[in-house]
Design a protein around this ligand. Structure first.
Ligand SMILES: Nc1ncnc2c1ncn2[C@@H]1O[C@H](COP(=O)(O)OP(=O)(O)OP(=O)(O)O)[C@@H](O)[C@H]1O
Length: 254
């Protein structure tokens, strides 16, 4: 018998999110759709204020939306209680931030272990070993974040995000605090997670040379889907910048 198809990792349907700014109501998201397939790497681009972070936070269930639905691994997040949502997020979602958000007093290895629930105890050692190896961080496992470079800290943050084997990895400007060499290494690492491990990734970035590592680029404008760009695996920042510029109808530096 054939095994059933895996559920769609992430399906965002017509989501609207407003904020009150003084007397004005701001539509941070105004009817956004997005579907991420298994093993797909999607970048979200857009000008400052276009809604990128709000979309990522809505995808992560970190904020409630006013309208529409966020389905993660087939589960409508609005149907879960707060406690159930917290558990569901831990088991199905990995999140990586620009600022790494590691606990300074814990070693690299203990930061990776942090999100794992008790029921994983028996297999946690081997999972952590494998993550340290896969992310080339075994030699640095006993160091605290303050003794690691930015790129190394981000590797540990990615390992921590993967420790529960999530359905999807969300990354908010993961290279934003890194020099270009470390940033490229993190992009290569994310790409390998998709190509070699079959992970699904959504990454917010405003940089064409980072977005080019994705399979597909969703361009937001004023909280709406403006365009979908395909990278076709050619890793060409000029081509991405050109398509992005055309979509926005303005100048974008590479
Ligand atoms: N907590 C909040 N309260 C009020 N307004 C908010 C809040 N968060 C976001 N906004 C507004 O929603 C809109 C979208 O913001 P968002 O941070 O999602 O944009 P962005 O594309 O991520 O921007 P940037 O690239 O500058 O980070 C902006 O107009 C912003 O001012």
């Amino acid at each position: 018998m054939q095994s059933p198809d895996p559920p769609t990792p992430l399906h965002v349907q017509q989501i609207v999110k407003t904020y009150q700014q003084g007397t004005a109501k701001v539509f941070a998201l105004d009817g956004v759709d997005q579907k991420v397939e298994p093993g797909e790497f999607v970048a979200i681009m857009g000008a400052s204020g276009s809604g990128k972070s709000t979309l990522l936070h809505a995808m992560a269930g970190l904020i409630d939306v006013d309208e529409g639905r966020v389905k993660l691994a087939g589960q409508d997040l609005s149907q879960l209680s707060d406690a159930a949502l917290t558990r569901f997020r831990r088991d199905n979602l990995g999140i990586v931030f620009q600022a790494y958000n590691l606990i300074p007093s814990l070693t690299a290895e203990d930061n990776i272990r942090l999100p794992a629930p008790k029921r994983m105890a028996a297999k946690l050692d081997s999972i952590v070993e494998e993550l340290l190896d896969r992310l080339d961080m075994t030699a640095r496992r006993h160091h605290k974040p303050g003794a690691l470079s930015g790129g190394e800290q981000q590797r540990i943050a990615i390992a921590r995000a993967l420790v529960c084997n999530p359905t999807i990895l969300l990354a908010d400007e993961p290279t934003g605090s890194l020099d270009s060499i470390s940033g490229t290494q993190i992009c290569e690492l994310l790409r390998n997670l998709v190509d070699q491990q079959g992970h699904s990734i959504v990454m917010v970035t405003h940089e064409p040379h980072v977005a080019m590592w994705a399979d597909r680029i969703c361009v937001l404008k004023d909280g709406t889907n403006l365009a979908e760009l395909r990278t076709d695996g050619c890793r060409n920042p000029q081509s991405v910048a050109h398509q992005y510029q055309q979509a926005l109808g303005g100048e974008v530096a590479v």
